[in-house]
Design a protein around this ligand. Structure first.
Ligand code: 5GP
Length: 176
């Protein structure tokens, strides 16, 4: 990257408002249950931390890390688990929390893998959604914001492990 020219796409205030709205909806739909919230590392860690603190239902917390088969950043279409959750999910309501749905390959694969463990239900909450980039059909149950095809960083999202700490979401330009 040549320089750090970045435009703020979603401010802290916008994010905070939207996260509360999502948490309210999720709380209503999970009323009377105690879902296991599974964060996909690393990108979802900030979003998940904010989301669970606004839930009005009790929940368990776990994390999973996925890696693509194949090399580089081009998705081969399949994922493997890098770090697995430590909680049994058979019979449990599972809410996967992800930073962004892009091609849809990661989440469609991950849902398939976790479904084989016979949870009571699996839903997905994605902070961001780049619908126009889909390579496989995938719909998250809850979406923070839909965005056009920009590369974004901040609020947990990185570029080469940088910028995760930004409290807002910014568009990264001049990637070289
Ligand atoms: P996909 O849906 O293509 O399988 O992959 C989604 C993953 O790609 C996300 O979890 C995220 O790690 C990465 N990704 C996709 N778009 C962006 C983006 O605009 N910014 C960042 N930082 N990561 C992205």
């Amino acid at each position: 990257m040549k320089n750090g020219e970045m435009e703020v796409l979603f401010s802290r205030e916008m994010i905070d408002r939207r996260v509360r709205e999502l948490a309210d909806r999720i709380s209503l739909e999970y009323e009377g249950t105690e879902p296991l919230v599974v964060g996909v590392l690393k990108g979802a860690f900030v979003f998940m931390a904010d989301l669970v603190r606004h839930l009005h239902v009790p929940c368990g917390i776990d994390f999973i890390r996925v890696a693509s088969y194949g090399s580089g950043s081009t998705s081969s279409g399949k994922v493997r688990i890098g770090k697995d959750i430590e909680t049994p999910i058979s019979g449990r309501d599972v809410l996967i929390v992800e930073d962004i749905v892009d091609t849809g390959l990661t989440l469609s694969s991950l849902v398939k893998i976790l479904r084989e463990r016979h949870p009571a239900s699996i839903r997905v909450c994605a902070f961001l959604d780049k619908r126009e980039r889909r390579q496989v059909p995938f719909e998250a149950d809850y979406v923070g914001f839909s965005i056009p095809d920009h590369f974004v960083v901040g609020y947990g999202l990185d570029f080469n492990e940088k910028f995760r700490f930004f409290p807002d979401v910014r568009v990264l330009k001049n990637i070289i």
